[in-house]
Design a binder for this molecule. Structure first.
Ligand code: HEC
Length: 117
């Protein structure tokens, strides 16, 4: 009997590998990202739509605000987009995600964004 074989998520300690598969949570975040954020944010490098591309955001987020972790910067950028404006962009991102998204969706989107190194 191999009942559990298909439902076991991949080991998340491996997500740093560029070719590693996404965990179940990161997959959920990817889907939510394309649904809610994809109209304004590409994940392909150098492609701005309304907002900046998210290619490499996990690395960039670390450096945006001195002393703030990538995870905390992403949360702030989503819940309070006007707190830090990416140079060259206007304050056009909705600030309603705290009510639009469930906590589970927020966590999943952030987990997905942290794979975009
Ligand atoms: C209506 C267009 C729009 C939508 C929809 C939108 N954004 Fe944005 N976003 C922007 C703009 C414009 C900026 C640049 C200005 C700023 O920094 O707020 C931005 C900036 C960001 C940044 C900062 C990027 C950096 O390089 O520092 C993050 C992170 C971000 N958005 C995440 C999201 C996520 C996650 C969603 C979906 C839940 C989303 N955005 C939905 C327009 C949008």
């Amino acid at each position: 009997m191999l009942l559990a074989a298909c439902s076991t998520p991949p080991d998340t300690s491996q997500v740093a590998e560029p070719t590693a598969e996404l965990s179940a949570q990161e997959e959920q975040g990817k889907r939510a990202f394309s649904q809610y954020c994809g109209a304004c944010h590409s994940i392909v490098g150098d492609t701005s739509i309304v907002g900046p591309s998210m290619a490499g955001i996990a690395t960039r987020a670390e450096t945006r605000i001195e002393g703030m972790s990538a995870h905390d910067y992403l949360i702030e950028s989503i819940l309070d987009p006007g707190a830090y404006l990416v140079p060259g962009f206007d304050n056009l991102m909705p600030s309603t995600w705290g009510t639009t998204l469930t906590g589970e969706q927020m966590d999943a989107i952030i987990a997905f964004m942290l794979t975009l190194k």
